[in-house]
Structure formats: structure tokens, C-alpha cells
Design a protein around this ligand. Structure first.
Ligand code: FE
Ligand code: ZN
Ligand code: FE
Length: 168
């Protein structure tokens, strides 16, 4: 499709987000299962619920534009999730694996933050106030999820993982 306007490229990026949020809904249960820290597990459980709601927010935006919600395969996030999957497949010390899972999850959050920042800015430019509000709600959730992962890592997991290396 030829992109003739900001609205066209907005819609393309919206389809990309719709796809990656669905990929994340599928990926999080495995990350929960593979995590050993209960703090990490509950952070992912909370973010899974938020992510399901983020899918709904995107559907509302499609709807407000008179469009059917449509996903276009997000190869970028697919790659990040695949790398995380490879890492989770490795034989690993539980705290060390947790540190790796956090790294993978933060790459996901940063990818999302980049996308939603752009989408919110474009929606503002397009005068779509409801979309701006919905996109900013999601953007804030992604930023909070990212910060929470940093805290969990710094508060204990990285220390534990570093000790494992020292003991080896
Ligand atoms: Fe998300
Ligand atoms: Zn993408
Ligand atoms: Fe997220």
C-alpha cells in the first residue's frame, strides 16, 4: 500500500503494535514459567493483564478510525522474542536465567516505548485526542514495567547472578 499521509503511516504502525501486543500476550506465560524469582513472576503476571488491555485499547483506536483491527506481522519484536526464547532454552542457574530473562523483557519494553511514543505524537498531530489518551496510558504502563524490571534486577537478581559467577 502506498503511504500518502501521516494517517496512512499511523495506521501501518498501529497494525504493527496490534501484532506485537498479541505476540507478547503469547510470550509472557512462558517467561513466567521460566522465571524463578517470585517477584519477577508477579511483575510479568501483572504486565500480562495490562498487555491484554493494551490490545483492547488498540482495537478502540482502529474502531474510532472506522477501521477493522488488523495485525501486520512485527518482525522486529519477533526477533527480540526469539532471542529471549533461545536464552530460556539454555541450561542455566536460576538467578542467572532470571537476569537474562529481564534483559530480554526490557528489550521488549524499549521497543514498545519507542513505538507508542511515536504513535502518541502522530495521533496528537492528527488531532485524534481519544487516541492520544489511550496511547499515553499504554506508554505509561510500558515505562512503569521497564522501571520495575530494573528495580527487581538491581534489588537482588543481578547480585545473586554475580555471586554465582564468583562461586563458579
Ligand atoms: Fe505492551
Ligand atoms: Zn515492528
Ligand atoms: Fe510491555
Amino acid at each position: 500500500m502506498r503511504l500518502n499521509s501521516l494517517k496512512d503511516v499511523f495506521l501501518e504502525e498501529l497494525k504493527d503494535a496490534y501484532d506485537f501486543e498479541k505476540q507478547i500476550v503469547k510470550a509472557l506465560p512462558k517467561m513466567i514459567k521460566k522465571s524463578s524469582s517470585s517477584q519477577l513472576q508477579s511483575a510479568f503476571e501483572e504486565h500480562l493483564e495490562q498487555t491484554k488491555n493494551q490490545v483492547v485499547r488498540l482495537e478502540k483506536i482502529f474502531d474510532s478510525m472506522g477501521q477493522t483491527a488488523k495485525a501486520s506481522k512485527c518482525e522486529g519484536l519477533r526477533g527480540i522474542i526469539d532471542e529471549g526464547d533461545d536464552l530460556m532454552g539454555e541450561d542455566a542457574e536460576p538467578t542467572v536465567r532470571d537476569a537474562g530473562i529481564i534483559a530480554a523483557a526490557q528489550k521488549v519494553e524499549h521497543y514498545e516505548i519507542a513505538t507508542y511514543g511515536t504513535l502518541a505524537t502522530w495521533a496528537q498531530e492528527l488531532g485524534m485526542q481519544d487516541a492520544v489518551r489511550l496511547l499515553n496510558e499504554t506508554l505509561e504502563e510500558e515505562k512503569t514495567a521497564d522501571k520495575k524490571l530494573t528495580e527487581i534486577a538491581k534489588r537482588g537478581i543481578n547480585v545473586g547472578a554475580a555471586q554465582r559467577r564468583a562461586a563458579a
